[in-house]
Design a protein around this ligand. Structure first.
Ligand code: GUN
Ligand code: FE
Length: 434
């Protein structure tokens, strides 16, 4: 058991904060390591007489962050400047991903990537790999070694892609099914069917992906949609029979529960309703959208229609692994929306989008992204005095919103002091990779 301040989330997305809390971790009836209890120290401590309590004065225990959309092979693509999405893919991303044909390189980068996630307090990621099937094995084997709940998939891209990353239609589907059988539900790991985006997939490949999605309903789906105007024009030429970019995926059976679509920027209410009604969700990637000049996610539109969404880094289009940086960028995007009739995103809602809200989008509500009893024991220990300025602002905070906002605006990996994965807490988060 751990004694510290505790941050968790209610069903309506509001935060619950216990300034002197107790978090009790242990096996449930089936032997899974979970949160057994969380709440006020004074109320709970008496119920666990023999249990050793580790005290973390001045620290905050919070759910491990969930990154709803990130590219493992783009760790070294961060900060590559380009005039928008399509040149960025051509000039930097595809050539870099081609390097993952080398399995040893993929294995080495898996370690670098997972170190970065954990250093930043991210305990679960929905990750793109490359088109090379062994890139999935590299990432999930290393995740398994660390006990992490990672969901990942081999990218499908059988057209409009250069040699080195382009795959072959039939073989790509055979490989995907083999990877589903190897990884889906192994421990806490999951598989995601991963068409890169509609322009990079033939109709046959999208149809095959949709058939697999129907045959394996527990498997996730991840792709990109409506990120950039040039991309959208291209999709309209390639799929003239579909009403919209979103509906292309619907037409191939790729909209359902557990389907996560990155960006969803340039969409209308009909698209939002289609996503909502099929149970699909949006991965909002504000640092990527700002860096690549893609546009602004319409929070007011999403709320109005009831579209589910959560936050994502989208590294390497995104500029940071840090959930604090992503939450701050989401706040900027929400502010931009206010010039139209919009919403200002409060700090509790920003944090929820990167934890319990992201878990809900993944269909993992009550399993991940929260510190309520029954949730898996993935959490972070935060030091709200990690830097001199943050210490001052923490000291001055008069309520929870002010405290959370200070961390969102001033925080980064320095705030993440320890991380617990599957109930095992690190003595200190792994240092910067050499
Ligand atoms: N669309 C297709 N591929 C990608 C990618 O790797 N990153 C982003 N941001 N958008 C994409
Ligand atoms: Fe992406």
């Amino acid at each position: 058991a751990y004694r510290a301040a505790l941050l968790s989330f209610d069903d309506d997305g509001s935060a619950r904060y216990e300034s002197d809390g107790l978090l009790v971790v242990g096996p449930d009836a089936s032997g899974r390591k979970v949160i057994r209890a969380s709440g006020s120290y004074a109320a709970l401590a008496g119920n666990y007489p023999g249990v050793r309590v580790t005290e973390f004065p001045g620290r905050i225990l919070a759910p491990g962050f969930i990154d709803l959309h990130v590219h493992f092979p783009q760790t070294d693509v961060i900060g590559s400047p380009a005039e928008g999405l399509l040149p960025w893919l051509e000039d930097y991303t595809f050539p870099h991903e081609a390097r993952f044909a080398d399995q040893a390189y993929a294995v080495a980068m898996a370690g670098v990537f997972l170190d970065e996630l954990l250093r930043n307090g991210v305990t679960t990621a929905l990750a793109f790999c490359t088109s090379h099937p062994h890139s999935v094995d590299a990432l999930l084997e290393e995740s398994e070694r660390r006990g992490m709940r990672t969901i990942a998939g081999k990218v499908l891209q059988d057209r409009h892609s250069p040699e080195g990353v382009r795959d072959e239609t039939q073989q790509s589907l055979v490989d995907t099914e083999a990877l589903i059988r190897r990884w889906q539900g192994r421990g806490r790991l999951g598989y995601a069917i991963t068409p890169r985006f509609a322009p990079s997939c033939t109709e046959a490949q999208l149809r095959g992906a949709g058939e697999l999605a129907a045959r394996y309903p527990d498997v996730w789906i991840q792709s990109h949609v409506a990120e950039n105007q040039d991309e959208i024009r291209w999709v309209r030429e390639l799929f003239p029979q579909s009403r919209s970019y979103v509906s292309v995926y619907g037409d191939f059976g790729l909209l359902r529960e557990r389907a996560i679509y990155a960006h969803c920027i340039h969409i209308d209410d009909e698209d939002r309703a289609l996503l909502r009604d099929t149970g699909a969700a949006a991965a909002v990637s504000p640092t990527s959208n700002l860096f690549l000049g893609s546009g602004f996610f319409d929070y007011a539109g999403a709320r109005h229609v009831g579209l589910r969404y959560g936050l994502a880094s989208d590294v390497g289009g995104g500029t940071s692994f840090s959930p604090f940086h992503t939450m701050l960028a989401a706040y900027y995007v929400g502010r931009e929306g206010q010039t139209k009739p919009g919403v200002s995103l409060g700090p509790q809602h920003l944090w929820w989008q990167h934890t319990a809200g992201a878990a809900r989008a993944l269909g993992l509500e009550g399993v991940a992204g929260n510190l309520r009893p029954g949730c898996e024991a993935d959490f972070v220990l935060l030091d709200p005095r990690a830097t001199p300025l943050l210490a001052r602002r923490t000291q001055q905070a008069r309520n929870l919103d002010e405290l959370l906002f200070a961390m969102i605006v001033l925080g980064d990996d320095r705030v993440v002091e320890r991380v617990a994965v599957d109930g095992v807490i690190t003595s200190k988060v792994p240092g910067p990779a050499a």
